[in-house]
Design a protein around this ligand. Structure first.
Ligand SMILES: *Cc1c(COP(=O)(O)O)cnc(C)c1O
Ligand SMILES: [Zn+2]
Length: 429
């Protein structure tokens, strides 16, 4: 066995043939009953079936802002808050996407400032799922798992396929059979096993839970979910650092399984606890398409019981009817004094166009939901004139061009002659 970046190798866990080729993952702890678990490929507490999370050693040494700022520009600059004892070995260059000031959008929303966190240009697969896959693949290698995979609404498929290809790991990708063409092609090109399942994402997810147990694979959002989710925190860390080590007053993000929203809260809290930022936690706002809004309903109704729905929306990447972290997302929204908004299909398409026209960023349907939700929240007075708002733009518009069918003005074709140009456009020239 070779050493990992000069560190001595750890012995594989007793009783398994697994060979560790990655960083040692942190132990896990149940989020509900706090029962400790060793580092394992399971996301479920053996005592109470609650979700497992990495347990960070209390009193570990934390870096200063200056130390972080001097590190290479990837999400690993925040490694003390990522779930490993030593250095990552794959997916080293994900993270550090742009944060764009958007005065035009601020005027449109009637708030003081708007920034767009642009994960539409995330490396390597153009969505925020690159973050969670970066942590999950290192966990898979650290646990000695030789095969990885996922259940996906599209972007996760792209991210696992791309990063597994580069890492030289075999990947099994499970998707619903009717995803957008670019999401299918943008997975198949990396040549994983691509399994198209007749059914919804929730059907695919159920199948994958059985697959993970049966074959001992690392399915990043199923049995590696405790390690996977931590990658999302880096979006909060980057926002705080890019604002000059301070917090916005409000953040709007799209919700699918509810993990990103939940982990944004955790990320801002951890940076506050570490003394890297100060002041009130940002109010967190979640957006969903009205055709699949179980978390919005939970926020509006109150209580603890999420009622699953049958998804019916063009926002396929966030069409999860039974979200694994829905309760926690609603909890994070309540705890920070935020709210949630469901938006119509027309409104989300208008949101895509508004972001493009005001900010020069082309997002997919989920980003359209973010922008449309921000408009609803501004109109209802939940976003206020003094607010400094970050909009989380989580995916790239070239992956969901179908959404704009018939929504853009026609561009007539002319002959290559001035006469034809003037005949067509004379009144504009
Ligand atoms: C997966 C996804 C989300 C939200 O994911 P969570 O499951 O809520 O963490 C948001 N936007 C895009 C584009 C996604 O692919
Ligand atoms: Zn438990």
């Amino acid at each position: 066995m070779t050493t990992v970046l000069g560190l001595p190798p750890h012995a594989p866990d007793a009783g398994t043939a697994a060979v560790r080729r990655g960083p040692r993952p942190l132990s896990l702890v149940c989020k509900l009953c706090h029962a400790p678990h060793p580092p394992i490929a399971s996301a479920t507490c053996e005592e109470c079936l609650g979700p497992l999370e990495p347990a960070y050693p209390a009193g570990r040494a934390l870096p200063s802002a200056a130390t972080i700022a001097a590190r290479p520009p990837s999400l690993w600059r925040y490694r003390e808050w990522l779930p490993f004892e030593d250095e990552p070995v794959v997916s080293l260059d994900t993270g550090c996407t742009p944060l764009l000031d958007s005065p035009a959008l601020a005027r449109r929303l009637g708030v003081a400032r708007v920034w767009v966190k642009n994960d539409a240009v995330s490396h390597p697969s153009l969505s925020f799922k690159d973050r969670v896959v970066a942590t999950a693949l290192n966990a898979a290698l650290g646990l000695g798992l030789g095969t990885v995979g996922c259940a996906s609404t599209g972007n996760l498929a792209n991210a696992v396929a791309a990063q597994a290809a580069r890492a030289g790991l075999p990947a099994w990708i499970f998707i619903p059979d009717d995803l957008e063409v670019a999401k299918v092609v943008g997975t198949a090109v990396y040549n994983p096993r691509l399994v198209r399942v007749r059914g919804t994402y929730d059907d695919v997810n159920r199948l994958c839970s059985q697959v993970a147990d049966r074959y001992g694979w690392g399915l990043v959002n199923i049995n590696l979910r405790g390690y996977y989710g931590e990658g999302s925190k880096t979006m909060a860390f980057e926002i705080a650092e890019q604002l000059g080590w301070r917090l916005p007053t409000a953040v709007v993000a799209p919700m699918a399984g509810g993990s990103l929203l939940t982990k944004l809260e955790k990320g801002f809290r951890e940076f506050t606890e570490a003394g890297l930022v100060s002041g009130a936690a940002p109010r967190l706002y979640g957006g969903q398409a009205s055709g699949c809004a179980p978390i919005v309903h939970l926020v509006e109704r109150g209580g603890d019981t999420l009622v699953p729905v049958m998804p019916d929306t063009i926002a396929r990447s966030i069409a999860i009817g039974n979200p694994a972290d829905g309760r926690f997302a609603a909890g994070a929204i309540r705890a920070t004094g935020g709210w949630a908004a469901g938006v119509s299909e027309t409104a989300l398409v208008d949101g895509i166009k508004l972001l493009a026209e005001t900010t020069g960023v082309f997002t997919e349907t989920a980003g359209g939901v973010t922008v449309a939700a921000a408009l609803v929240l501004a109109e209802s007075g939940r976003l206020r004139p003094e607010d400094e708002v970050v909009l989380c733009i989580t995916g790239n518009g070239l992956k969901t061009v179908e959404a704009l069918q018939g929504a853009l003005p026609d561009a007539p074709i002319i002959a290559p002659r001035i006469r034809d140009l003037e005949a067509q456009y004379g009144h504009h020239l």
